[in-house]
Design a binder for this molecule. Structure first.
Ligand code: DAH
Length: 349
């Protein structure tokens, strides 16, 4: 072999090796190609073996040609190896991928119960009128639920039929409150006048559940005590809240003489039917009016019971059912639907 043969062999091997490197599809094949073109028995290996037999002047030239060949093929092989490794990694990422995505479905958000919505709305209206929100216990004593409200021991409201008593303390001394009016007493016992509060909450009566009756229901009480309050303030306040609540200027309020032991005078509060505007329809039992609750000027005996001077202070109070308001507002005719907790009903509001 002379220098020209050596050069030629290296050139040919270079071409073949480039093609072979290009053609491999796996690292194992590439190892094979590497052995074949860079190993001891490779074309370059043969040339290196033959250098010692060349003319002395040709030896360094042939040596550099072999190195150049090794460097070039070595670089090609490394480049190819990196590409194969990257491709293999990408492929395994794709095939071994675990899908850990959580829940693809949209989720329904809950919302407040219809009665709670009405309660919050009323609280907002009264807070806007300058009132505070007060609370009282659902388990009450005789003093707050009856006695201090000027309800004498023989009053029918005390009979076992209406009141659910709790076996605590003396006979018929502790009960589930039958109305929110005891919060009037608790508020006045705890604070000096002037007082402007509303007290929403759950109330209980010993009633058989029916379309219009529920042993558990909600009321909202209102109490105002100040200097010089009159019936006109009571009427004006009720009119203001009714207008806001039903968002209807044409709604009228009606007061009819009534009796409550804790107010004098007392009145029944009704609003013109929001469905027929007084024409008469099924909702208002063809009367044109819907009763909301009771109201009146605070009885002097109630002021005496809490130690207020009835000569100095005047007050008005009213109370109404929250389910009633929701029923009127949304045309619901069964009070028990509020307590069944049937999701199909609740989710409509
Ligand atoms: N407590 C009465 C009831 O449960 C409603 C009521 C009437 C509340 C007159 C009052 C009032 O504050 O002055 O039916």
């Amino acid at each position: 072999m002379n220098l020209a043969d050596a050069q030629q062999q290296l050139d040919r091997a270079m071409k073949e090796a480039s093609g072979a490197v290009e053609a491999v599809t796996s690292p194992a094949e590439l190892d094979d190609v590497e052995r074949r073109y860079l190993g001891r028995r490779s074309p370059a290996g043969e040339v290196r073996e033959a250098i010692k037999d060349l003319e002395p002047a040709d030896r360094p030239v042939a040596g550099r040609a072999v190195s150049a060949y090794n460097d070039a093929i070595g670089a090609l092989i490394e480049e190819r190896r990196a590409a194969l490794t990257a491709a293999a990694r990408a492929a395994s990422t794709e095939t071994e991928r675990l899908d850990l995505t959580v829940g693809g479905h949209g989720r329904d958000r809950g919302h407040l119960h219809l009665v709670t919505q009405v309660q919050r709305e009323l609280e907002d209206i009264f807070v806007g009128l300058g009132y505070r929100v007060a609370e009282g216990p659902e388990v009450e004593d005789d003093w707050h639920n009856f006695e201090a409200l000027n309800i004498p021991p023989a009053h029918p409201a005390r009979s076992m039929q209406d009141t659910l008593y709790v076996r605590l303390g003396g006979d018929e001394q502790v009960m589930l409150r039958t109305h929110t009016s005891p919060v009037q007493i608790r508020t006045m016992e705890a604070h000096d006048p002037p007082i402007y509060v509303v007290a929403p909450g759950r109330t209980y009566r010993n009633e058989t559940p029916g379309p219009r009756n529920s042993p558990v229901f909600h009321q909202m009480e209102c109490l105002a005590v100040d200097h010089g309050l009159t019936l006109a303030d009571l009427f004006g306040t009720i009119e203001a809240f009714v207008r806001q609540l039903f968002d209807d200027e044409s709604i009228r309020t009606r007061f009819r003489s009534d009796f409550f032991p804790y107010t004098e005078p007392s009145a029944e509060l009704a609003v013109s039917c929001i469905f027929c505007h007084g024409e008469g329809c099924r909702v208002c039992s063809h009367t044109g009016w819907i009763e909301l609750g009771g109201c009146g000027m605070v009885d002097p005996n109630v002021f005496r019971a809490v130690g207020y001077d009835p000569e100095e202070w005047q007050g008005f109070a009213f109370g109404f059912g929250l389910e009633r308001i929701a029923m009127i507002r949304y045309g619901i005719d069964e009070i028990r639907t509020f307590f069944d907790n049937d999701f199909r009903f609740l989710s409509q509001y």
